[in-house]
Design a protein around this ligand. Structure first.
Ligand code: OSB
Ligand code: MG
Length: 358
């Protein structure tokens, strides 16, 4: 699907999003939907669209089809014999969670234990060609009502950019995401970011590091939020135990599905660590899953869960996700709360496969 606005990261620019929609079908006319979030290149984690397809087809579906399940929580333990490949696991598990909620005739949010009737929305802005472009884009999003803005930073595009941004918008909820662009050698630059009153700084150091973030956090006033480093409950325990972060960004795909996301959420709740829901430039199905999980109580900051029209000319769900007063209303209908816009989905679809339980 073509993105409305290309998204530039420290790795490169994305103009399209390639993904699978997984549809889980039972024998009684019910369908659940999940969405894969890996990119075509392994810049964010090691997974890609191609590895997702391979792992789902050759390993996960045969395991899932082996014997029946009573509850979607059983899937993550069934899948645990396959190491990592979390985004592949989450796409399949998500479809089964939606199917489960629909069969129970409850919303996915309710099935997950979420209680809110609305969630707060933030927006993540990719790297812009110039500071003046950035200020214009920010102004537009603030006018639309978004509750906080996240900027991508990297060495050479940090202190000055943030100073300009703060000069124009002194009071907004602002944060910065480095996507691992710094090392501990950059500590002096990172300490200078303390003056900008950022709600948090996301993933400044290595994508696979937990230890060095603990050193950095002890020297910064700004809370560190970990994204790439947290791939499981085990990682979350290590990060919280070492003091490597004060906030965690949860992404369903990165941690291997909704059941694991819920476990990390519960652990963070017990340990007073706020979480919020990150984004992967999802289309409507993945976005609906994010909305559902963000209705759990420890999601204490606005997520990177923006409206459909921030990303797409026409989303693959109907109605599209709408922003209302800077947030998104949860729907009290069974499952993910949105229908597939089949016409939109089919106009973007390049391949369809059917896999059956034997
Ligand atoms: O680091 O949070 C990130 C997009 C793709 C991969 C990683 C990240 C992001 C975003 C955008 O920041 C979130 C979104 O709007 O979906
Ligand atoms: Mg991030």
């Amino acid at each position: 699907m073509d993105l409305k606005n290309p998204f530039q990261t420290s790795f490169g620019t994305f103009s399209t999003k390639d993904f699978f929609i997984v549809e889980a079908v039972d024998g009684n006319g019910n369908s659940g939907f999940g969405e894969s979030v890996a990119f075509p290149v392994p810049w964010y984690t090691e997974e890609t669209v191609a590895t997702t397809e391979h792992v789902i087809k050759d390993f996960l579906l045969p395991l899932l089809f082996k014997k029946s399940i009573r509850h979607p929580d059983e899937i993550s333990s069934r899948f645990s014999v396959i190491r990592r490949n979390n985004m592949a696991k989450a796409a399949v598990e998500g479809a089964v969670w939606d199917l489960f909620a629909k069969r129970q005739e409850i919303s996915l949010a309710a099935a997950l234990g979420g209680g809110r009737s609305r969630i707060e929305s933030g927006v993540s802005i990719g790297i812009q060609p110039s500071i003046s472009n950035l200020l214009t884009v920010m102004e537009d999003h603030l006018e639309e009502g978004y509750k906080r803005i996240k900027l991508k930073i990297k060495p050479g595009m940090d202190v000055e950019v943030l100073r300009e941004v703060r000069r124009h918008f002194p009071d907004i909820q602002l944060m910065a995401d480095a996507n691992s662009a710094y090392t501990l050698k950059d500590i002096d630059i990172l300490k200078r970011l303390d003056e900008f009153n950022l709600t948090m700084i996301e993933q400044p150091l290595g994508h696979d590091d937990i230890y060095e973030h603990s050193i950095l956090q002890s020297k910064l006033d700004t809370p560190i939020c970990l994204d790439e480093s947290i791939n499981s409950l085990t990682d979350a325990r290590a990060a919280v135990g070492l003091g490597s972060c004060r906030v965690i960004n949860l992404k369903i795909g990165r941690v291997g599905g909704l059941s694991e996301t819920k476990k990390i959420h519960d652990f963070c709740q017990e340990n007073n660590i706020p979480v919020w829901c990150g984004g992967m430039l999802e289309a409507g199905v993945g976005r609906a899953h994010n909305i559902a999980i963000a209705s759990l109580p420890q999601f204490l900051y606005p997520g990177d869960i923006s409206a459909s029209d921030r990303y797409w000319h026409r989303d693959i769900i109907t109605p599209p996700v709408m922003l209302q007063n800077g947030g998104i209303a949860l729907k009290d209908i069974p499952g993910i709360g949105y229908d597939i816009d089949w016409q939109a989905l089919e106009s973007n679809r390049i391949e369809r496969q059917v896999h059956r339980r034997l």
